[in-house]
Design a binder for this molecule. Sequence first.
Ligand code: FES
Ligand code: FES
Length: 164
Amino acid sequence: MPRIRVEVDGVPYEDDVEPRLLLVHYLRDRLGKVGTPVGCDTSNCGACTVLLDGLSAKSCSVLAVQADGHEVTTVEGLGTGARPHPMQRAFHEEHALQCGYCTPGMIMAAIDLLRENADPSDEEIRDGLEGNLCRCTGYQNIVRAVRGAAGEMRQGAPEREVSP
Ligand code: FES
Ligand code: FES
């Protein structure tokens, strides 16, 4: 079995993996990163989105061996419950989730979207997140959350606690 070395959420790992093992299953089953869900396994829903060297990637469409030598960030590496990333906080404060299944992928894709465009219009946000499906919210609050997080991040939002 090939051996991979990968940094996940800032922690280095070295593991022997089956060549066919998907990154999402490596993250969940080997590393316990169950914050990254599997919604479809066919590259459609975006629920499994992570950052691979800072770029969003659907981790069900990447083999674990392809992550060898790279950095992966999951939603669990963004912030803590008490001190969330501004995007996590915005999703919480704007009620941008219901069942929450799409939320980790939405957040990761939205962060990548803002990396490319720090001040997106609502239409650009919708376009940027078109690879991420939500069956619950109707997207309106998701767009509002991303717009809010974008404003905070442009101002270099300090970490602060979420309101209950
Ligand atoms: S689980 Fe990866 S896109 Fe749906
Ligand atoms: S909040 Fe349920 S799928 Fe998006």
